[in-house]
Design a protein around this ligand. Structure first.
Ligand code: COA
Length: 692
C-alpha cells in the first residue's frame, strides 16, 4: 500500500507514501483512486484531505515510467483529477515540502490548496524536456493569469509558498497544513456548493494584455532556440486563454505527447539521472560519513574567493575571508557588499537574509584567524609556487582535523598536498566563475585524499546547492583538460578561413550560451594566453599564434573593448582589424583560406572534446561518461537539451567522431587520433558497451 486511508472524525485522510519522493507511480495512482472512491461512497465522510508522508507532498509523475515510453496505465492522473472534480465532497490538498509536476497538477484539481510557509510548488517539466501534461498549464493559467503562468511554467523553477499564495494558485499558508486542510474541508462541506474548480475559472483569462504572447515569444526567441518544450509551454498557455477549455486541455495533452516522444526529453532525463549518479563515488562505502563543516577559511579575496565565501555564508557557514593585501581584502569585501545589495534590489534576498549572510563573512589578514576552521579553501592566483606557499601556511595554522582544499582549475593537487603534512586531507574544490551562481563543483581527488575528505567535499557541494562531480588529478581535471582541444581547434578554424562570427554562431545555434571566441574575449585573451604559455605540448602539436598576436596587439577582449570582436554598448561587432590580424597569420603560415560550412565547424569543435573525454574516462579521471556530461552542462554551458558531449556523441554517431579525428590527426598531432576507448565505443555503438 503506497497511499494510506485514514480517518479523523468526519474527514478521510489520504496519505501518499511512496519513498523516496512520493512520485505518482501506478500503485500510488491506483491507491488514490480507491481512496477517493471509498471516501465518496462513505456517507460519514464529509471531506477528504490529500497529503504526503515524510513531510513532502510529492515530486510528480514517476520519471522512469515516463521514460519507459509505454502509455500510462489507468488510472491516469487525469482520471484521478476527474474523480476529484466529480466527487461531490471537498478535497483539500495539504502541502508540505514540495509539490512538483504531476503532484502539483493533482493538487490544482483539488477544491482548495493549503501549504506550509516553507513549501515549494512548481511545474518543472520543462527542465526534463516536457510540459505539464495533466492540465497543469491550463489550471495554473486560469488561477494565476497568463503572465504569471508564462513566467513560472516556462522557467520550471518552483516558487515558494508565499509567492504561490500571491499568484492565487494556493489558498493559504499555515504552519500545519494537514490540520488546516481538515478544517477547510469541513467548512467547505458545510458551506454548500463547492468552489468552482480551477478548470472552469475564467476570471483571470478573460482580458489579455495586448500582444502578450507575441512579445513573450520575441523576447525569449534567443533563450529558447533549438528547444521544443519551452515553446510548447507558451502554446499551451495561449490555448488556455484563447480556446474553449475542452479543446485547450486536449491541445496541452497533444503537446505533452510530442515532447515526451522527443530526443530532447531523453537527453534532459539523461542529465537528471547523470547528475544524481555523479554523487555516488565508486568504492566509497556507505559507512563513510562526511565531516561536519561549520567554519571555513577562504584564502584570496579576488573574484573566486569572494564568490566562494558568499556560497558558504548562504549555507550558514561562518567564513573567515583572508587576504594578506589590505587593499585586496577591502576590495573583496566591498564586492561582496555590492553583490548583496544587488540581490536585495533584485528581490532575490530580503534585507534580513542579506544581512544574515553578510554577517557570516569576516575579513581577516592573518593566518592565525584560521585556527578554528573545519575547512580552508585556497583561491589565490593560479601560480603553483604561490599556492604551494599558501598550503604550507594553512598546514601550520589550521587545526589538524581541517580539510585543505584548492580552487585550482588546472594544477596538480598532489604537489599541493606535498607542501603539507596531511596529504589525506587535501583535495580540489574547483568552483566556476561566478562562484556564487555557477552550479558545478568539480572536486578533485588527490592520490592520498581520504574517503572522509572526499565524502565531505561532495556533501559540502550539495549543502551549497551545487552539483558535484569527482574528478581525478591531471592537468585541467575533466573540464579544462577537454576544453584545451576545443579552444585550439577554434583558432585553427580561424586560420583556415572561418570568421569569429561564423564559429560563434554555429556553437550558439547548437545551444551554448556563447561561442568559443566570444568566450575568450570575455575571459580575457591575456588570461587565456597565460594558461596556454605554461602548457607543455607534445612536439607534434602546435597552437595557432593568433591568441598571442591578439594579446601583443592589445586586443585583450571585452575588458578593453577589442579582441576577436570590437565591443560597443555591450554588444560585439565584427572587427576588420581582428580579421586582418587573423589573415596575416594564415599568410605567414602559408594557409590558403577557404569557406568552411557550419557542419564542419561543429564537428571539428565538438569531436576533439569527445575524444579527450574518452581519454579522461579511460584513465579513470572521470568515473562515468555521464559525469563528463554533467561537468559540461553545468560548468561550460553545453546545452542540457543535447545531454552533454558524451551523450550527444553517442546519439549522433561515434563513427562520425572517429572519422573527423582521423582526418585531423595528421595535421594536429597524435593526441588527436581517436583513442582506443573511443574506437571500441564506436565499434560497439555505445559507451556502456565499451566497458565504461
Ligand atoms: N520520479 C521518479 N524518481 C524521482 C522523481 C520522480 N519524479 N524525482 C526524484 N526521483 C528520484 C531521484 O532519481 C533520486 O533517485 P536515486 O536516489 O536513485 O538517484 C531520488 O528520487 C531522490 O531524488 P533527489 O533529487 O536526489 O532528492 P532531493 O531531495 O535532492 O530532491 C526533488 C528532491 C523532488 C526536489 C528532486 O528529486 C526533483 O526535483 N525531482 C524531479 C521533480 C520533477 O521534475 N517532477 C516532474 C516529473 S515529470
Amino acid at each position: 500500500m503506497s497511499t494510506h486511508y485514514l480517518r479523523d472524525g468526519d474527514v478521510a485522510l489520504l496519505q501518499i507514501d511512496n519513498p523516496p519522493v512520493n512520485a505518482l507511480d501506478l500503485q500510488v495512482r491506483t491507491d488514490i483512486g480507491m481512496g477517493l472512491r471509498r471516501a465518496g461512497e462513505d456517507p460519514t465522510v464529509k471531506a477528504v484531505v490529500l497529503y504526503g508522508a515524510r513531510g513532502s507532498f510529492g515530486a510528480g509523475a514517476d520519471i522512469d515510467e515516463i521514460a519507459s515510453g509505454v502509455a500510462l496505465r489507468s488510472p491516469t492522473l487525469r482520471e484521478l483529477q476527474a474523480q476529484i472534480e466529480a466527487l461531490g465532497k471537498p478535497v483539500v490538498a495539504a502541502i508540505d515540502g514540495v509539490a512538483l509536476g504531476g503532484s502539483f497538477e493533482l493538487a490544482l484539481a483539488c477544491h482548495a490548496r493549503i501549504a506550509a510557509p516553507a513549501a515549494h510548488l512548481g511545474l518543472p517539466e520543462v527542465k526534463l524536456g516536457l510540459i505539464p501534461g495533466s492540465g497543469g498549464t491550463q489550471r495554473f493559467t486560469r488561477l494565476a493569469g497568463p503572465a504569471a503562468a508564462l513566467e513560472v511554467i516556462s522557467a520550471g523553477q518552483p516558487v515558494p509558498a508565499a509567492r504561490a499564495l500571491s499568484l492565487g494558485v494556493i489558498d493559504a499558508t499555515v504552519a500545519e497544513p494537514v490540520r488546516a486542510a481538515h478544517e477547510r474541508g469541513l467548512r467547505l462541506a458545510a458551506a454548500g456548493p463547492l468552489p468552482l474548480p480551477a478548470h472552469a475559472r475564467t476570471d483571470k483569462i478573460r482580458t489579455l494584455a495586448p500582444d502578450l504572447f507575441t512579445r513573450w515569444r520575441a523576447a525569449h526567441a534567443h533563450a529558447y532556440r533549438g528547444q521544443l518544450a519551452p515553446w510548447r509551454v507558451v502554446d499551451a498557455i495561449e490555448a488556455a486563454c484563447t480556446l474553449p477549455a475542452e479543446e485547450a486541455f486536449k491541445l496541452e495533452r497533444q503537446y505533452y505527447l510530442e515532447c515526451r516522444a522527443s530526443a530532447q526529453r531523453e537527453a534532459l532525463m539523461h542529465v537528471f539521472h547523470a547528475e544524481r549518479a555523479a554523487r555516488r563515488i565508486p568504492g566509497l562505502g556507505a559507512h563513510v560519513r562526511p565531516l561536519p563543516i561549520e567554519r571555513a577559511g577562504i584564502v584570496g579575496a579576488g573574484m573566486m574567493g569572494t564568490g566562494i565565501a558568499m556560497c558558504l555564508a548562504a549555507a550558514g557557514i561562518e567564513v573567515a575571508l583572508l587576504d594578506v593585501s589590505p587593499p585586496a581584502l577591502a576590495a573583496g569585501l566591498a564586492r561582496i557588499g555590492g553583490l548583496y545589495d544587488e540581490s536585495v534590489a533584485r528581490g532575490k534576498l530580503t534585507d534580513a537574509q542579506a544581512a544574515a549572510a553578510r554577517s557570516r563573512i569576516r575579513g581577516v589578514s592573518d593566518y592565525a584567524a584560521l585556527a578554528q576552521v573545519d575547512i580552508a579553501i585556497e583561491a589565490v592566483f593560479e601560480d603553483p609556487v604561490l599556492k604551494g606557499e599558501v598550503f604550507a601556511q594553512l598546514d601550520r595554522c589550521t587545526p589538524a582535523r581541517a580539510i585543505l582544499a584548492s580552487n585550482t582549475s588546472t594544477l596538480d593537487i598532489d604537489r599541493l598536498a606535498a607542501c603539507t603534512a596531511r596529504a589525506e586531507q587535501v583535495v580540489g574544490t574547483h568552483f566556476f566563475s561566478p562562484a556564487h551562481i555557477m552550479k558545478l563543483m568539480e572536486n578533485v581527488r588527490g592520490r592520498a585524499s581520504s574517503p572522509e575528505t572526499l565524502a565531505t567535499v561532495m556533501a559540502l557541494a550539495r549543502r551549497l546547492g551545487k552539483i558535484p562531480v569527482l574528478a581525478g588529478n591531471c592537468d585541467g581535471f575533466i573540464g579544462n583538460r577537454m576544453l584545451h582541444f576545443y579552444g585550439v581547434e577554434a583558432e585553427r578554424l580561424l586560420e583556415e578561413g572561418a570568421t569569429p562570427e561564423q564559429i560563434d554562431a554555429v556553437i550558439e545555434e547548437f545551444g551554448f550560451a556563447m561561442g568559443p571566441l566570444a568566450m575568450r574575449d570575455l575571459a580575457g585573451n591575456d588570461v587565456g594566453w597565460a594558461i596556454r604559455r605554461n602548457r607543455v605540448l607534445p612536439a607534434d602539436e602546435r597552437c595557432s599564434p593568433i591568441l598571442e598576436r591578439m594579446v601583443a596587439a592589445g586586443r585583450l577582449g571585452r575588458k578593453c573593448g577589442r579582441g576577436f570582436y570590437r565591443y560597443e554598448g555591450g554588444r560585439r561587432h565584427s572587427d576588420p582589424e581582428a580579421l586582418a590580424l587573423i589573415r596575416a597569420v594564415a599568410d605567414e603560415l602559408g594557409i590558403r583560406q577557404r569557406s568552411i560550412g557550419a557542419q564542419e565547424i561543429l564537428a571539428r569543435l565538438l569531436h576533439p572534446l569527445v575524444n579527450e573525454g574518452a581519454r579522461v574516462l579511460a584513465e579513470g579521471i572521470a568515473a562515468r561518461p555521464g559525469d563528463i556530461d554533467v561537468v559540461y552542462v553545468y560548468g561550460y554551458g553545453f546545452p542540457a537539451f543535447r545531454g552533454g558531449p558524451m551523450y550527444w556523441a553517442e546519439r549522433s554517431g561515434l563513427d562520425a567522431v572517429v572519422a573527423t579525428l582521423e582526418g585531423l590527426a595528421p595535421s594536429h598531432g597524435e593526441r588527436w587520433r581517436p583513442c582506443a576507448l573511443l574506437r571500441a565505443a564506436a565499434a560497439a555503438g555505445a559507451w556502456s558497451r565499451a566497458g565504461t
